[in-house]
Ligand binder design. Structure first.
Ligand code: TYM
Length: 326
């Protein structure tokens, strides 16, 4: 069975965008692949965090994954920081990565512009990500398009290391979810719905209560026409709402367009809100049962044990190959 691995960074609350763009893809694939999914908590430290908030968010993330349908019996679920060999692997890989390569990453360029006092971690972030990927010998890495460049860097680093030190890493491939599943901000549908967004009116958090979700959808930006038609270029707001419905119901774009011929945007938004409220409500019900359970810790312990073994074995092999052994 082929292996897949993906991670989410616990900055901000998990959003409907993460659910549709990343988590749902993993749920679809969990029967066909040996699946690894983790919280990239060390990656969260690349930007300032409040420690108590971060701690809560890490636990919330794991409970939310499972509430969304990530099955602990079909996935290895773990915290990145529980695998102490990952930063060690990352150091060796950093020494096989060129400064020029790391500084060319689009995310680094954008984030380093936001704050003149950015950390070195922001630069080495993709190498840590390469360590996550390479330490488990994954075949595929399902991510959104924004992370593709980082997976490509992981490939380049692995190929270079293998060439210099002999076969050590499996070369991973990015699996980019199909176009149409990239969920946009409700207020500004030209940019992605992001959990790090400071102004959350356009972002549906999986933790929002029903009335808040309803309000956000009812005030989503649309256009001055009155036709519910999928046209991402000219009608990004309506198209985004259609994408949300299509992703959550399995209906087609055509179905939705036909259902709303001659109806106004208010009616369409109410329909979208009902669907999202129902889905998020179901997820929250499961989440509430899990969040304080012992089961959650048992799942994380089991995941950490498994990945620690893989990472230690990879690290030992790398130490031997580069010569940092007694
Ligand atoms: P992060 O936490 O920014 O995003 C997690 C995943 O969700 C996807 N995504 C979206 N997809 C569709 N619509 C959206 N609005 C949307 N927002 C986010 C992202 O593409 C991503 O797949 N660096 C990674 C975490 C990470 C990782 C890894 C991932 C660390 N190590 C190893 C894969 C493998 C990140 O910050 O993702």
């Amino acid at each position: 069975m082929k292996r897949i691995l993906t991670g989410l960074k616990p900055t901000g609350d998990l959003t409907l965008g993460n659910y549709i763009g990343a988590i749902k893809q993993m749920i679809k694939m969990q029967d066909e692949y040996e699946s690894y999914i983790f919280v990239a908590d060390l990656h969260a430290l690349t930007v300032p965090q409040k420690s108590e908030e971060l701690k809560n968010r890490i636990r919330n993330f794991i409970a939310m994954y499972i509430a969304c349908g990530i099955d602990p019996n079909k996935n290895v679920i773990y915290l990145q920081s529980d695998i102490e060999y990952i930063p060690c692997i990352s150091w060796i890989l950093e020494c096989s990565t060129y400064y020029g390569e790391a500084s060319r990453m689009i995310q680094f360029k954008e984030k380093s512009k936001e704050n003149a006092n950015f950390s070195v971690g922001l630069l080495t972030y993709p190498v840590l990500m390469a360590s996550d990927i390479l330490c488990v010998d994954t075949d595929y890495v399902p991510v959104g398009i924004d992370q593709k460049q980082h997976v490509e860097l992981a490939r380049d680093i692995a190929i270079r290391f293998n060439k210099k030190f002999g076969d050590t890493f499996k070369i991973p491939e990015p699996l980019i979810s199909a176009a149409g599943t990239k969920i946009k901000d409700l207020k500004d549908p030209t940019k992605k719905m992001s959990k790090s967004e400071e102004n959350p009116v356009g972002v549906i958090s999986l933790f929002d209560d029903k009335e808040v979700i309803r309000k956000k959808i009812m005030s989503a930006t649309t256009d001055s026409e009155m036709r519910v038609i999928f046209d991402e270029e000219n009608k990004p707001g309506i198209s985004n709402l259609i994408n949300i419905v299509v992703s959550l119901t399995g209906k087609t774009v055509k179905d939705i367009e036909t259902m709303f011929v001659g109806k106004n945007y208010g009616e369409f938004k109410k329909y979208v809100a009902d669907i999202v409220v129902e889905k998020v409500g179901e997820i929250q019900e499961k989440y509430n049962k899990l969040i304080n359970s012992k089961e959650l810790d048992e799942i994380l312990d089991k995941g950490a044990k498994k990945v620690r073994e893989l990472a230690l074995s990879k690290y030992a092999e790398m130490r031997e190959k580069v010569g940092v052994v007694r």
